[in-house]
Design a protein around this ligand. Structure first.
Ligand SMILES: [Zn+2]
Length: 297
């Protein structure tokens, strides 16, 4: 008797679950991958975007004005970083979307690019700044397109899109992740419940295993993301454990925010002058876009 009732209850719950799943499916907007790819190309057209360069200054203005088209609340965090020789002006760019009482989700990517191509096959190019189509522009491109979608269909939760500066600046980790470290120390009302970082997500041959610091710091979120990818049939996501990668998510984890890094570290053009748009694809950006929209809606 008791068992039977439980069975019926389970059936009802299953039915309710299916209905709400169907509702969520129908409510999730489309992600325009081609438009996202245009955002990748546009950033690369500014040239290298390492701190102190013209490309950096011009890209900053562009990203701020683009976000302002989609969000009423766009702010910057400006700060200085002084290394042995010079003082650099760095800027985190932040935009808010959705309802203030909802779950707070941070979506982040770094917008700066590496000042030198230390892994270039040609030794003469190893001091040349990179274009950073994948390492820089790809994550930002996905999030700009997400911003555009959030404007057309406001979410029930509160979404913070943050572009970190100074991720790829220095030779050593002490001179990297500058923007995310600054953000993590000055979050105030921008402190999210959890965060998702996108880095190097544009590779034509996209391959996304689970990054190790992410799994350790946010096992439930990691599980949810890779399970959602599986449900959506996004084959680039593999539920296997990949490498442990120091990246902007570590700054947030250290500040007590569960944060994961979705990153394809298997990229032959990493930190070379060959990290250009032709190595990336709209389809790969679309994979991330679909995933993020499914998580939000
Ligand atoms: Zn890099």
């Amino acid at each position: 008797m008791e068992l039977k009732q439980q069975f019926k209850l389970t059936q009802w719950l299953l039915l309710l679950g299916l209905l709400s799943f169907a509702r969520i499916e129908a409510a999730t907007p489309e992600f325009d991958a081609e438009h996202a790819f245009q955002y990748l190309v546009r950033q690369c057209e500014f040239g290298p975007r390492n701190p102190g360069s013209n490309g950096h200054e011009n890209a900053k203005k562009y990203l701020i004005s683009e976000l302002k088209r989609y969000s009423k609340e766009v702010v910057t965090q400006e700060f200085e970083y002084t290394d042995k020789q010079k003082s650099l002006k760095l800027t985190n760019i932040m935009a808010r979307f959705g309802k203030k009482d909802g779950e707070k989700i941070l979506l982040a990517a770094h917008w700066d690019t590496r000042p030198f191509a230390e892994h270039d096959p040609n030794p003469e190019k190893r001091n040349t700044p990179i274009i950073g189509a994948n390492d820089g522009a790809s994550g930002v491109a996905v999030l700009l397109e997400i911003a555009r979608t959030l404007k057309s269909k406001p979410p029930e939760n509160e979404i913070f899109i943050v572009f970190f500066d100074g991720e790829d600046y220095g030779k050593h980790t002490s001179e990297m992740f500058l923007g995310s470290r600054y953000f993590a120390g000055n979050m105030e009302r921008w402190k999210p419940d959890y965060g998702i970082l996108l880095d190097m997500v544009g590779d034509k041959e996209l391959d996304l295993p689970i990054e190790q610091f992410s799994l350790r710091a946010a096992p439930e979120l990691t599980q949810r993301v890779w399970q959602t990818a599986k449900d959506l049939g996004l084959d680039a996501f593999h539920p296997q454990l990949g490498p442990a990668i120091m990246d902007d998510h570590v700054s947030l984890i250290e500040a007590g925010v569960p944060c994961i890094d979705i990153i394809d570290f298997d990229y032959p053009y990493w930190h070379t002058t060959e990290d250009t748009p032709d190595k990336c694809s709209a389809e790969s950006l679309g994979t991330l876009g679909k995933l993020i929209l499914a998580l939000i809606y």
